[in-house]
Design a protein around this ligand. Structure first.
Ligand code: GLV
Length: 309
């Protein structure tokens, strides 16, 4: 008898196909009455594919054994409740490191050189009226990385290829890393031209990039967020971008995404992106394969490939 699993949101087609070949998949996100579906399936569901897993949902599924998240960040899963209920949780690390690091450097250059604005300038026929202006470049600048984890290290390598100096802040110093460590984020922001955020979301990091940190980064400072919108005090950032207290921002994530405050749209010193860090075919296929591989390993009684709980 195939195992019953619950899918909590849309997944990549290749991933959905692979799941359907192995499991009886129930799509919670497509159910008209989600509570009724949960109540009906509660005695059978042994696995979840996807995120958005609250303590309440875990509590309603007594046979649940594993949650396989699609994504490296698992801040939409109540891991405390999972642990308490003896439910394993997996994520999709490593396979997306390069894609996210590539987009980060892409966003940095896009912001430094105003590439999206330049494209608009040409398309709108403004060029014959005069040149666009002069901007900045990455060469010779200091980038402070918040979160020198697996992705942060890939960003550091690429930033060095751009002839940047790398420093970092995180929970602890990593003695094997050659870059300078700051134990205080505001100090690092003050000493950096660029601040790149690639730390996990969730309660522990909410708004750690405060108004003070942004003010320390200053009128020439550029912020890049490829992590979670919750890391930044978004209203403070918006205000500082509007009044010149902050130089610019390249944002792939937002506090209440996909809703983006419209005030950002009017700003010239901003580059916006719709949470695209891992959004390449090859990376998303690899992430989907890892979701399936973790479920398969669990139900075959084998060690999980990438467990976080
Ligand atoms: C993307 O944001 C991820 O967590 O994988």
């Amino acid at each position: 008898m195939p195992v019953d699993i619950l899918q909590t949101h849309k997944l990549l087609d290749t991933c959905e196909q692979a799941l359907a070949e192995r499991y009886t998949v129930h799509r919670l996100h497509e159910a008209a009455d989600k509570e009724a579906l949960i109540a009906e399936l509660a005695p059978r569901i042994r696995g979840i594919a996807g995120g958005n897993v609250s303590a309440d949902l875990i509590g309603k599924l007594p046979k649940l054994e594993i949650v396989a998240n699609f994504g490296v960040g698992y801040d939409t899963i109540d891991t405390k409740a999972a642990k308490a209920a003896n439910v394993r949780v997996t994520n999709t690390p490593n396979v997306l490191n390069d894609a996210v690091a590539e987009l980060t450097i892409g966003l940095m250059i896009a912001l430094a050189r105003r590439i999206p604005q330049a494209d608009q300038f040409v398309r709108q026929g403004k060029w014959p009226g005069g040149n666009m202006g002069l901007f900045t470049e990455l060469t010779g600048k200091t980038v402070g990385i918040l979160g020198l984890g697996r992705i942060g290290k890939e960003i550091a390598t690429r930033a060095q290829a751009m002839k940047m100096r790398v420093v970092y802040h995180g929970r602890k110093r990593q003695p094997s890393e050659p870059h300078i460590f700051y134990d205080n984020l505001t100090d690092m922001a003050r000493d950096s031209d660029w601040l790149v955020l690639i730390a996990p979301g969730g309660k522990g990091t909410e708004r750690i990039v405060s108004r003070d940190v942004l003010t320390a980064l200053g009128p020439k400072g550029m912020i890049v967020n490829v992590a979670r919108g919750t890391l930044i005090d978004e209203p403070a950032m918006l205000e500082l971008l509007q009044n010149g207290g902050l130089g610019g921002a390249a944002l792939d994530v937002f506090e209440k995404e996909p809703a983006v405050p419209e005030a950002f749209f009017a700003l010239d010193n901003v580059v916006l992106s719709p949470h695209q860090g891992s959004a390449t075919r090859q990376t998303r296929d690899a992430m989907g394969a890892l979701v399936v591989a973790n479920l398969d390993a669990h139900f075959a009684g084998e060690p999980l490939i990438s467990a976080v709980v």
